[in-house]
Design a protein around this ligand. Structure first.
Ligand code: SF4
Length: 333
């Protein structure tokens, strides 16, 4: 709940509305886990609200730190389901990668999360709570959030939008410092466009043509590239925000120079940049990471076509940083 909703609860309990803002501060600034700790509330209110409401916070079930200081968390929810989140400290900021669903219905063939199927959507509170929990456990203020963990955020649209508002209004993370990463659910991109948020939208393309894309990202059969690129153009025209196109490089699958040329052609004239992500190999899947030479040849083609290209910084390679791998290991243990 945000402070407006908490104020309504307080008013329904016969209390002044400002008590809602006080509760919000205890929850989101101090991160308390029970009403009894909210010492500036009248004790009667603390007892009454504890009878009618609960505070659900996740618990840290496991964590693994890589040599470069990225920490992957396995978090246990109130119903004992588990999700992954990653804390990524950089010299100038601290970022958290959060999950938006338990498992994922998108079915990407290279993904460890997809191998476990789809369980359920996360609530807005469960999404925002990952940031609070990692902020408390890591002892450092989170400045950036990427919705790039388990799940397809735009298939959990309402909860994701509410989580963005909770993170912005209650936890104080600027909209411009939050990124939604999607495989490209065109109707949801259109809805997002109309909300005019200042977030960054990242679209996972992974292939420059429909045949291969539909094999790699099965959910994209419903949203062919023509339709997706139309939604993306409308989005950038409306918001004037640049889209990041993510491209996972899989050796011998989508990393040829011809495919780089086709990608450059697809994106010609778009307000965008491309983020190349060399694949993190997943146990049980045959996909491989391309060679350094193949990666730079691909990158050169895009750059020579005038496209701005970044390559994802290698963080957490040694801790199975690709989403879903820690949870999968935990489930099979
Ligand atoms: S890569 Fe992302 S969208 Fe695709 S199955 Fe995995 S979690 Fe879902």
């Amino acid at each position: 709940m945000d402070r407006a909703e908490l104020s309504i609860v307080c008013q329904q309990l016969g209390q002044p509305a400002f008590r809602g803002a006080q509760i919000a501060r205890w929850l989101y600034d101090k991160g308390v886990r029970d009403f009894a700790s909210m010492t500036n509330l009248p004790s009667g209110l603390r007892e009454e609200i504890a009878r009618s409401h609960s505070i659900f916070r996740c618990e840290v079930s496991a964590k693994a730190r890589s040599a470069d200081n990225a920490t992957k968390y396995l978090l246990k929810l109130a119903d004992a389901q588990t999700i992954e989140s990653v804390l990524l400290p950089y010299p100038d900021r601290t970022s958290v990668c959060v999950s938006t669903q338990i498992g994922c219905p998108a079915g990407c063939v290279f993904c460890a999360t997809a191998m476990c199927g789809f369980v359920r959507n996360l609530s807005a509170g469960e999404i925002a709570d990952q940031v609070l929990t990692l902020q408390q456990d890591g002892g450092q203020r989170i400045s950036h959030v990427v919705m790039m963990g388990m799940g397809e955020p735009l298939l959990n649209f309402d909860n994701v939008i509410k989580a963005l508002h909770l993170l912005n209004d209650e936890i104080g993370i600027g909209m411009r410092r939050m990124t939604i990463s999607s495989v490209g659910i065109s109707p949801a991109i259109d809805k997002l466009r109309d909300l005019d948020l200042q977030i960054t939208l990242a679209i996972s393309l992974h292939a420059p043509e429909d045949n291969l894309r539909q094999k790699l990202v099965p959910v994209s059969r419903k949203y062919p590239l023509d339709e997706l690129m139309r939604s993306c153009t409308d989005y950038t025209n409306h918001t004037r925000r640049r889209i990041t196109f993510e491209y996972l490089l899989l050796a011998g699958v989508n990393d040829s120079v011809e495919q780089a040329l086709a990608l450059a052609e697809l994106l010609r004239g778009s307000l965008c940049n491309v983020n190349l992500i060399p694949y993190n190999e997943v146990q049980g899947l045959d996909y491989k990471r391309p060679t350094r030479d193949a990666i730079s040849a691909f990158r050169n083609v895009l750059q020579e076509s005038g496209i701005e290209v970044t390559q994802r910084m290698e963080r957490g390679h040694s801790i199975s940083a690709a989403c879903g791998q820690l949870r999968r290991r935990h489930i099979s243990d």
